[in-house]
Design a protein around this ligand. Sequence first.
Ligand code: HEM
Length: 346
Amino acid sequence: MWLTSSSIGRKFVMALTGVCLVLFVTFHVLMNSVALLWPVAYNMICEFLGANWYALVASAGLAALFIIHIFYAVWLTVQNRRARGADRYLVNTRPPQVEWSSKNMLVLGIVILAFLVVHMTQFWAKMQLQELVSHELTALPEVAGTPASPAMGTLFLQLAFQQWWTPVVYIIGFVALWFHMNHGFWSMFHTIGWDNNTWINRLKCIGCWWTSIVVLLFTAQAIVFTVRAHDNYYLTNYELQEQYGEFWEARAEAVTTGFEAAAAKVMKSVPENDPAAMQAAQIKFFVEEAPAYVEEAQKVVEYAGKQCPDVSVKAVAQLGRFAQQLEQQIGYAKQLAPQENASNNE
Ligand code: HEM
């Protein structure tokens, strides 16, 4: 096939995947700008994208683009080196106007890849991947000692940018991105033949502006996120706390509805006209199953109190009272349990 068998076909694949990656990076920097200007809206976007089928399809497509782009880059480099043979070790015969970045595209790509490994570990693995793996409180990554839901994007900004080395790694990645994207931009047009004297200068100019705006925005974002993380802005901002509170409200409601459903199931499993069996089933339920709900409820109350100390979440307050009552009922059930066992053994 032309796209794999000829050198120009392979360059075309590089150009096509390159255009898509430039569009992704541009979209990404615009989305981060929402976090810069309106963090609450940013969390809404994180929740909307999450691990829904459309976001997963987009992520899989994006991963395929990166993999194809990298695979073809290595392939073309190996092919070029073979074609040039031993010449590559002699005095450099390239014309002097060939830019530094054009000779170092592979190395720049490797630096960006290294940045991406760190970046994916800090964000994607803790957000979209986490959402696919488990929603359990104990499985969620912790920020300031409290589990953070993948929908709380701002807490992951806090986690990443409170590390001193994060802005350092990011700025290195952005510098590599500037050189790589700047050269890649006009090189794409060169591949598809838009390289007459008038156009190549215009395209170089457009590419340079586009790349510089994207990279400057990323840099500004990294600086602002670092300053805010060190001020604990994402932990203390009232509006954000209210938003985190919505997560705990839903969790609190899930605990009570879960408890009610489990209790109803036990009641249904016993014949209604057998009060002794009904009482035994209730005691067993309170002794064996109910403590897990108390534990879950106490965790929700504790974590909500830590994560949003300045807002009062009604459902969480009710859950606290519910846990206290449940504890009392478990106490009574435990007192009755030995008598129940003894009467069963008779
Ligand atoms: C200030 C700089 C940046 C910040 C704060 C940032 C933040 C984020 C966040 C929050 C996610 C979402 C993870 C998720 O929901 O799964 C993400 C994903 C991603 N970022 Fe960045 N990012 C930055 C720069 C970059 C740059 C420069 C690149 C590329 C060169 C990049 C490539 C990606 C990719 C490939 C994903 C995965 C998208 C997906 O499939 O979900 N990011 N980033």
